[in-house]
Each structure stands twice: as structure tokens, then as C-alpha cells.
Design a protein around this ligand. Structure first.
Ligand code: RNT
Ligand code: ZN
Length: 421
């Protein structure tokens, strides 16, 4: 039997199974397909970027040295171009400021303009995707150790304030050019390795800096800003200026978005438990979908319980319009293009599964207090034929089904990545 025929048969079977639960498979596919997922450029080159030559700093690390890292904007675009053919659904490109292709080599991060990202804008146009953006508060000589916006060094602090403002302008440019809002995510490593005495002073300086960056409210529609919290970074273990409480308070009081990264909390704390709590008081959030293995390790997103719970919470509570979703991981120990494909396919699969779930039956069980039935349904849902619907979805979008995409990457590795030296 041809693969196409097999997939069609699987779909026919799955459609009936789901119909028995009152679920319309085609509707679920349409809904899952429409949610934008933002692909992070930094998986392709181990968060290296193109505007500095130094080491990665800021308490984050990509471990491994698998061959084939993208070394130039061209190579990174080639890799992303291929990755985009390996998963279905609406996508965006998530770029860091450090990936500037500078029009003038003397320009620094405090003076970047849209012109320094022209090749990326052209690439986004070519691919028909929107763009998200991130100021880069790490891997740069103007960092004060691990401090940026909270630095007591006024010259450095001012440099990073200007960087934040430039990034808002650039993202506004992306949004105008592409006709789709560009979310600007602010994450900075600021904190101290050992116990901090004057924690208030650091936070006061951070607040003053952020307030200056966000003072101009114009442009927030086209380029909405988010603040990402963190628990700790390597070398920044004892005190983090923008921790969870800080970011939620800031985002709520200043009417910006909060960014929740799956790896930025205590090991048993999960962001799926926070989504409707945060959205009760904050208008929109950004999610960094990642996989923390014992710590903020940024492993490739798996189709695990937490990824599923995240998507269930977003979808079942009707929050797809108020939640922006980006991927955030960097694994240098395996094929980097495969990382994108695996992470994106899993994230989209979790979305599809959320839309396919017997939500009406689940809600009914809960509403009638029948928690036994609710649990039974939750468990039976795990073995519903998601894979059959997924493969059909891929087929109809001209994207390889499960089992058919890895070979494409293996060829690319042989013909392109292995030659990079
Ligand atoms: C770091 C944050 C942040 C970065 C990217 C590169 O802990 O998660 O989002 O991963 O900005
Ligand atoms: Zn993140």
C-alpha cells in the first residue's frame, strides 16, 4: 500500500473515533494550523549571533559540538529554510538583535536600525512569515559582568537602555513591513553569583531602565513588549533581578506582556499551572516552550506531559488569541536542524492534540462532579489516534509525515552541514 493511501485510511479511521467523542477532526486541524509558532533562530548556531566574536555569556550555555553549526547569516538562513519545510502550520521567525547583519561595522547595539536586519526581513518575506524580536543583553563588551539594565555603571546602563529602544523601533519596522505584529521579548541575565545585599537598588535601577525603554507607548500594538523572568543562571545563582514576582508585577502595572519560560522556575514548578492565573490579570503573555532537564537546560521540546498541559490550558480556556508562543532551546550535541524539526513538530502536535481532545466530555464530567470519569477520559485521551490525524495533516500541507522527514536532514547533513568544517 502506498504511504498516501495508508495515511488516508488512518485518517478515515481516526475521524470516526474522534466523531464518537463529538470532535470534528477537520475543524481541529484547521484550528491547530492557524496558531502561529515562532521559530528561534538561535538553535542554529548555539546562540552565537553575528555581531560579536566572544564567548556566550549571561549564564546560558549550549553544550555539545555536533558538526555543522551555521557560521554566517547565509548558512543560518539556509538551515532555517530547510527546517521550515519539515513541519506544518503558521510560523514566525524569532530573531535576536545579535544576529544583525550590520550595514556599518562601527555600529553597535545602541544604534542598530532596521537597515541592519535587511537580509532577515527579505528572508521573512521570501518565506511568508512574520517576525518576533529580542534585544540581546549578553555576549557583549558593554555588559557589566552579568549586569545590563540594572548596572550601577551609568554609562553601561544607558547603553542598554538605548539598545532596548532601538529594538522596539526595529520590531516596529518588521511589523509594518510584514503586516503582522512583532513581539519584542526582553530577557536579561542581571543578578549576582552570591548573596546580594542591596537587592532593592538593583531592582530600582532595573525599573527605571525599563520605564525609560517603555515610556513611549506608541508602537505597542505593532510591537508588543514582553518581560521574561528567570530563577537563576550559571554564575548568577543567588539573586536574579527579574524573577517571577518582579516580572509579573512589572508587566501588570506597566501593561506589557509577561513571558513565561518553561525552564525558569523551581524544578517541580510548571508554567502550565500559571497560564490562566497570569491571564486573569495580565492581558497577553508570551510562552517560551522549552524542556528543562533538572535545571534550565534548554533541551529540545518533547511531546511530554508538560508540553501537552501547556497547550491544553491555552486551547481549552480559549486563550489562543492572548498567548504568543515561541520555542526556546539550544542543543549543540545533535543535528541542529533536526532539533528545530523535532521541537516544532512536537509543539504543533501538542496543539493538535489539545484541539482533538474530547473537551466537551471532559468539561461535562467536571461540571457534574464526576471526577472519576474525568480522570478516565484524561487517560483514554492519551491513546486516541493523534498520530493518524497528524500524518494526514502533514500530507495535506505538503510536509513530510512521521518517519519521512529525518532522511531529508540526513541528506542535508551529508551534502551541506558536513562540509562546513
Ligand atoms: C535565557 C532565556 C532567553 C534566551 C534567549 C536566547 O535563559 O530563556 O529567552 O534563551 O533569549
Ligand atoms: Zn526563554
Amino acid at each position: 500500500m502506498s504511504m498516501e493511501k495508508q495515511i488516508q485510511q488512518g485518517y478515515d479511521y481516526a475521524r470516526e473515533v474522534y466523531a464518537a467523542w463529538g470532535v470534528d477532526v477537520d475543524e481541529a486541524i484547521k484550528n491547530a494550523d492557524a496558531v502561529p509558532l515562532s521559530l528561534h533562530c538561535w538553535q542554529g548556531d548555539d546562540v552565537g549571533g553575528f555581531d560579536t566574536t566572544g564567548d556566550l555569556t549571561g549564564g546560558i550555555a549550549a553544550t555539545g559540538n555536533y558538526p555543522g553549526r551555521a557560521r554566517t547569516p547565509r548558512e543560518l538562513m539556509d538551515d532555517i529554510r530547510l527546517a521550515y519545510t519539515l513541519f506544518p502550520g503558521r510560523k514566525k521567525l524569532n530573531l535576536h538583535a545579535s544576529y544583525a547583519v550590520r550595514s556599518d561595522k562601527n555600529k553597535d547595539r545602541d544604534s542598530y536600525t532596521l537597515n541592519d536586519f535587511t537580509p532577515w526581513l527579505d528572508f521573512a518575506r521570501e518565506q511568508g512569515v512574520g517576525m518576533d524580536f529580542n534585544p540581546t543583553y549578553f555576549s557583549h563588551p558593554m555588559m557589566d559582568g552579568d549586569l545590563s539594565l540594572s548596572s550601577p555603571d551609568e554609562k553601561k546602563r544607558r547603553f542598554w537602555i538605548e539598545h532596548g529602544k532601538r529594538c522596539r523601533e526595529i520590531a516596529g519596522g518588521f511589523a509594518k513591513a510584514l503586516g503582522e505584529p512583532s513581539v519584542v521579548n526582553f530577557w536579561m541575565p542581571d543578578g549576582t553569583k552570591d548573596t546580594c545585599v542591596n537587592t532593592k537598588a538593583f531592582r530600582d535601577r532595573m525599573t527605571a531602565s525599563l520605564d525609560e525603554i517603555f515610556a513611549d507607548r506608541a508602537g505597542m500594538d505593532l510591537a508588543p513588549c514582553a518581560l521574561e523572568s528567570k530563577l537563576f543562571g550559571m554564575g548568577v545563582e543567588s539573586f536574579t533581578v527579574v524573577n517571577s514576582e518582579y516580572s509579573l508585577g512589572y508587566a501588570q502595572s506597566r501593561e506589557i506582556m509577561a513571558c513565561l519560560d518553561a525552564g525558569h522556575y523551581h524544578p517541580t514548578e510548571v508554567i502550565s499551572a500559571k497560564i490562566t492565573a497570569v491571564l486573569a490579570f495580565i492581558d497577553r503573555i508570551l510562552l517560551h516552550v522549552s524542556r528543562p532537564v533538572r535545571w534550565d537546560s534548554d533541551h529540545v521540546v518533547a511531546l511530554d506531559d508538560e508540553t501537552q498541559r501547556i497547550m491544553d490550558e491555552v486551547v481549552w480556556n480559549g486563550y489562543t488569541g492572548r498567548v504568543a508562543i515561541g520555542l526556546d532551546f539550544f542543543d549543540a550535541s545533535i543535528n541542529r536542524v533536526a532539533c528545530w524539526a523535532i521541537g516544532m513538530r512536537n509543539t504543533r502536535k501538542a496543539l493538535l492534540s489539545a484541539f482533538l481532545a474530547p473537551a466537551t466530555a471532559l468539561r461535562e464530567a467536571e461540571a457534574t462532579g464526576d471526577y472519576t470519569r474525568r480522570l478516565a477520559l484524561f487517560e483514554e485521551r492519551r491513546t486516541l489516534p493523534l498520530g493518524a490525524v497528524w500524518n494526514y495533516y502533514c500530507l495535506t500541507r505538503n510536509v513530510p509525515a512521521d518517519g519521512a522527514w529525518l532522511g531529508i536532514i540526513t541528506d542535508y547533513e551529508k551534502n551541506v552541514l558536513a562540509r562546513r568544517g
